[in-house]
Design a protein around this ligand. Structure first.
Ligand SMILES: [Zn+2]
Length: 218
């Protein structure tokens, strides 16, 4: 028992390190944004069927409902910015499911943002490198990890070793990366972009997020 408590204390210490090292910041990806005020995107129904949700796979309708809840939360904010679901034929921006392996396989989902660079583009996952170009976002995608068990109900494990997540909660955060938001390191309830998974962060788009969205896109 004592060993478990010590391990928990170590885990808590490690988890709190980024807060000490990094200023509390509501800055987002400064000088990087979509050119217009709406983004067309598509759900890849083929791969999204592979997500196991509420204990079952082949549940695309349920997966779509969860993605729509998260997308519409952003769309319902006063900003005119819109995440617009379209048919796949001409789509550049996709939501997928796949096996993600990142370090110890703790990544529930990965949002990729691409920015124009010269005549091409450069892409990065969520945390942009320091030399990442500024300017217009050209493309984005989100990939949900099929190694996790997904739920439609509130699943709130803060332990990153537990591979269970509420799909709409994670989607809400990943769409935040799409609209060009970086992580925040204040309190979880202040922003859906809080760096680690926490139900009080992921359950809604927060006033600070909404204000930031309006300040970027009007
Ligand atoms: Zn993130």
């Amino acid at each position: 028992m004592r060993t478990i408590i010590v391990m928990m204390m170590v885990a808590v210490t490690i988890a709190s390190l980024p807060i000490a090292l990094q200023d509390i910041d509501a800055h987002h990806y400064s000088q990087r944004r979509w050119e217009g005020t709406s983004v067309d995107l598509c759900y890849d129904s083929y791969s999204l069927r592979n997500l196991r949700i509420d204990g079952e796979s082949n549940q695309y309708t349920k997966v779509k409902q969860q993605l729509d809840i998260a997308r519409n939360d952003w769309n319902d904010e006063p900003s005119r910015f819109t995440l617009n679901l379209i048919g796949g034929q001409y789509c550049r921006n996709w939501i997928y499911a796949a096996v993600l392996t990142n370090g110890e396989d703790k990544t529930a989902a990965a949002a990729m943002i691409c920015v124009r660079q010269g005549s091409g583009e450069r892409c990065a996952i969520a945390e942009l490198p320091h030399d990442f170009p500024t300017g217009s976002i050209t493309r984005a995608s989100v990939t949900f990890n099929t190694r996790f068990d997904w739920f439609t109900t509130a699943i709130c494990p803060s332990d990153p070793g537990i591979k269970q997540r509420t799909l709409s909660y994670v989607a809400r955060h990943e769409f935040g990366h799409w609209v060009s938001f970086d992580h925040t390191f204040g309190f979880p309830y202040e922003s859906v972009m809080y760096a680690s998974y926490d139900c009080s962060s992921r359950n809604s788009v927060k006033p600070a997020d909404s204000a930031e969205l309006s300040s970027i896109y009007g």
